[in-house]
Each structure stands twice: as structure tokens, then as C-alpha cells.
Design a protein around this ligand. Structure first.
Ligand SMILES: Nc1nc2c(ncn2[C@@H]2O[C@H](COP(=O)(O)OP(=O)(O)OP(=O)(O)O)[C@@H](O)[C@H]2O)c(=O)[nH]1
Length: 454
């Protein structure tokens, strides 16, 4: 999300040289560059001003660690201030209400409300083990009600029916009565979007709010709109007791101005990030981890959590056992690794969380990693089980048959076999021990084009 800012920041840091304490000149020069970078990222002006002032004060302050180089000192200050600007601590969803806890979703048209309702429902169901009911109070567009029905079906939560022509408040009350009867833990109410935060929208939401007394009122906003996202959220928050913001389409936003502005401009926390169209592309907003991502240190904790969630532990365990018993790593295992990698989500979201990932993203933009994974799997699929088990059998004529079956050139089959050999060697080297597990999972997570060559 913050590729541009991260790249600019690394240049600022590179320009701070020497030893000892940061000098005033160094701080002023770096602050000037940083200010430009934040403005380019479309961060709201008052937020930029306050941020730069605080960075200057802190960088010249007494508590700086003298053992760090001036560049590291500046980096540390920026990291601390970014964390503050982003909200300090993560603010989880508050569900402390007599069940069903009600979550009211609001936002402009197309901001991603319905998609986020589905994501949140899935998150609550899978991560919090909650029984969720969703309902649409969008009585203007039958398509919106239908969209929520489909989304709810996809994530496996209950959808309460509603119709155009009904009153939003009546829909919400009927859904609440139903949710109570079902002993649901959470009721999420999706509402109609408008093109601006206007009187009609506010009146309708205020009525819903009064009737439901939701424990969470979340404003869904598109991060691509930059600082305007913060302004719209503020207009909304001024009129209603907003409890948090969901920032969507973060996967398509290389600037990050919205994320950096929302907290300061609205005074309300960002609770979640929408990072893709699929229902599982929702992340909890952790200010400190995001700050680390911006300064180019990645979010290794986030990556580990995501890996732990998405990797099929049973299969991973079986593979580990097999390696321990020296049974060898065959092409079927290699394919399994590739399939697990696909489960992890887009390469972009993985790279964003690796230290130095922003720069790597630039470098591999031309490599369509996901396409390569699909091709690798297709090639292995066109082999016989025996060939997968004993890859040495694959000589010229078999290679031609496999290539024809997968619709690729023989050269690409050769390339895959080399990549498999490299991975196998790495697996062998690291089999057993704690480090081994980590290396195995990392090796399995890199796309074929990025694997070390022999
Ligand atoms: N890439 C990406 N696309 C998203 C994300 N969230 C939503 N979208 C897309 O944005 C578009 C609009 O999302 P909706 O959920 O329909 O938006 P809405 O706010 O309910 O729209 P209305 O019902 O018209 O008010 C859809 O094409 C979604 O797939 C996200 O985090 N990343």
C-alpha cells in the first residue's frame, strides 16, 4: 500500500550520513524531504504539519539512542511517530453487548460496504467463532440485496431477507428479532450508499442507529480517494457516533494517504483494511505493524499469522514427517507446496509484508508470479503418478508428452524440473530442527521465478 512512501523514505534515510548524534541540519533536510513524500502520498495537510513538527522535536530530543547511526535514529523516530499517527494501539471490534451484538455498516456508493459486510461476517465466523446474521437495509437497489444474499451464501452465514419498498428501520427490527430467536451472536446491517454524505443518508442512518443502538458503527471508505476518505469519514463521524473505519481497496492504493489521515482527521480508529476482492482479504489494522511496513521493515508477524491460518497444517505435518524419515520430496509434494502458496493470497500481499518488500515489488512487477504457479501446477498435473514419484524417469520423450499435455514448451518442463531439484536440495538441507520448518515454508512460498537458481 505504501510503496511510494517507502521508496522515498529509504532515499531520505540513505542521505543521512556520518556518526554520532543527528544534527539540526540533518533533521531539517530529512524533514523537508519527508514532508514532500507525505504530501505526494496525499496525506491531509494538517496531519503532515503535525507529523513533521513532532518528528523534528523527537529527533532532536534527549531520549535518542546514541548507539544508533544518525540514519537509524531518524528511522526510529519516524517509526514511533507513524505508529502514533496511525492510532497507537490496534482497536479491536467491540462485541461486548448482550447478543446479538449489532454492527451498522455505512459508506458511500461503491466504497465496498457489501463486500466488507461479507468479509467481516467471515472473519467473525472463522476467527471469533461467532454465529452471524446479515441483512441489507438498502431498499433502493434490489441488486444490492441480492448481492448480499450471494455474499452471505459464499461465506456461509445466514442472510435475512428484505425487499425494496420496505422501511429500513422495519427491516432492521425484523432482522434483530430473528437474530435473537436464533441466538445469533452478531447481526450486521448493511445500508444504502449514496454519492455524498448528504442529509438523506444521514437521516436514514440516524434512524437506523436510534432503532438499533449498535455497539459498532463502521464507516467503510475507499482508500484510493486519499485524504478525501478521511474528510468523508469525518463528515459522517460529526453527525453520528462512529466507532471505527474500514479502509477498503488498499491493495490498489500505492500512496497510503487515507490510512495516514483517517485517525488524525476523524479521531476514530481504523479497525480493518480491505486488501482484495475476495472474502478473506480483510486484515486487522495494527498501527505499529503498518508503521514498520512503511519504513520498509515489513510485517513479519502479520505474515506468520497469515501463513499459520492459511496453510493446511495436516498436509504440512505429513510432509515434515516424510522428510524426517528421509522419504524424499517428490513432484507431488512440490505441487502441494505450490497449491498452498496459492491459498496464501496474492504475491503482492505477501511481498508487502516482507522486509524490503516494497522494492522487491518494483523489481518483480514484470513477473506474473501467480501465472507461473498455475503453469507449474498444470505441468505437474500432466505427469503420471509414477513420474511425480520418480522424477528421474522424465526423459526427452516424456518431457515432450508432458509439455504437450500442459500446453507449454519442453523448455518450461526443464525449468520446472530444475526448480524442483533446487527446492528438494533446500528441503534436505533444512530437514529437522526449528529453522528447517521456517525455511521450508519460506521456500514453498516463493514463486518459481524467484527461487534461487542452482
Ligand atoms: N481490490 C479491491 N476491491 C474491493 C475491495 N472491497 C470492495 N471491492 C470492490 O469494490 C466494488 C464495490 O464494492 P461493493 O461492496 O459492491 O460496494 P458497496 O459500498 O456495497 O456499493 P453500493 O451497494 O453501490 O453502495 C466491488 O467491485 C468490489 O469487489 C478491496 O478491498 N479490494
Amino acid at each position: 500500500m505504501f510503496e511510494n512512501l517507502t521508496t522515498r523514505l529509504s532515499r531520505v534515510l540513505d542521505s543521512i550520513r556520518g556518526q554520532g548524534r543527528l544534527t539540526e541540519d540533518q533533521v531539517n533536510a530529512a524533514a523537508r524531504e519527508l514532508r514532500m513524500a507525505l504530501l505526494e502520498a496525499d496525506v491531509a495537510l494538517p496531519v503532515v504539519k503535525e507529523f513533521i513538527d513532532k518528528v523534528k522535536v523527537r529527533a532532536l530530543g534527549a531520549e535518542i539512542l546514541q548507539s544508533l547511526t544518525p540514519g537509524q535514529q531518524f528511522l526510529k523516530v519516524v517509526q514511533q511517530e507513524l505508529t502514533e499517527t496511525l492510532g497507537g494501539n490496534a482497536e479491536p471490534l467491540n462485541l461486548r453487548q448482550q447478543p446479538p451484538a449489532i454492527i451498522l455498516m455505512a459508506g458511500l456508493q461503491g466504497s465496498g460496504k457489501t463486500t466488507s459486510t461479507g468479509k467481516l461476517a467471515l472473519w467473525l465466523k472463522e476467527r471469533e467463532k461467532k454465529n452471524v446474521v446479515v441483512v441489507s437495509a438498502d431498499v433502493y437497489r434490489p441488486a444490492a440485496i441480492e448481492q448480499l444474499r450471494i455474499v452471505a451464501g459464499n461465506v456461509g452465514v445466514e442472510w435475512f431477507p428484505s425487499e425494496v419498498g420496505q422501511q429500513p428501520v422495519a427491516i432492521a427490527q425484523a432482522a434483530l428479532a430473528h437474530a435473537k430467536k436464533q441466538y445469533a451472536d452478531v447481526l450486521i446491517v448493511d445500508t444504502a450508499g449514496r454519492t455524498t454524505v448528504d442529509e438523506a443518508m444521514m437521516k436514514e442512518i440516524a434512524e437506523l442507529h436510534a432503532a438499533l443502538n449498535p455497539v459498532e458503527t463502521l464507516f467503510v471508505v475507499d482508500s484510493m480517494t486519499g485524504q478525501d476518505a478521511a474528510k468523508t469519514a469525518k463528515a459522517f463521524g460529526d453527525a453520528l457516533p462512529l466507532t471505527g473505519v474500514i479502509l477498503t481497496k488498499v491493495d490498489g492504493d500505492s500512496r497510503g494517504g487515507a490510512a495516514l489521515s483517517v485517525r488524525q482527521v476523524t479521531g476514530r480508529p481504523i479497525k480493518f483494511l480491505g486488501v482484495g476482492e475476495k472474502s478473506d482479504r480483510l486484515e486487522i489494522f495494527h498501527p505499529d505493524r503498518i508503521a514498520n511496513r512503511i519504513i520498509g521493515q515489513g510485517d513479519v508477524l502479520g505474515l506468520i499469522e497469515e501463513t499459520a491460518r492459511k496453510v493446511d497444517h495436516e498436509k504440512a505435518q505429513k510432509l515434515a514427517e516424510k522428510l524426517k524419515k528421509n522419504k524424499g520430496f517428490d513432484l507431488a509434494d512440490f505441487r502441494e507446496q505450490m497449491l498452498q502458496m496459492q491459498n496464501m493470497g496474492s504475491m503482492q500481499s505477501i511481498l508487502e509484508k516482507l522486509p524490503g518488500g516494497a522494492q522487491m515489488q518494483e523489481q518483480i512487477k514484470s513477473v506474473d508470479a501467480e501465472k507461473q504457479i498455475r503453469r507449474t501446477v498444470a505441468i505437474i498435473n500432466s505427469m503420471t503418478p509414477q513420474e511425480r514419484r520418480f522424477p528421474d524417469l522424465i526423459k526427452a520423450s516424456r518431457k515432450r508428452r508432458i509439455a504437450a499435455g500442459a500446453g507449454v514448451e519442453v523448455q518450461q518442463v526443464n525449468q520446472l524440473l530444475r526448480q524442483y531439484e533446487t527446492t528438494k536440495d533446500m528441503m534436505k538441507k533444512f530437514a529437522g530442527g526449528g529453522m528447517a520448518k521456517m525455511m521450508r515454508s519460506l521456500a514453498g512460498r516463493l514463486p518459481p521465478g524467484m527461487m534461487p537458481r542452482r
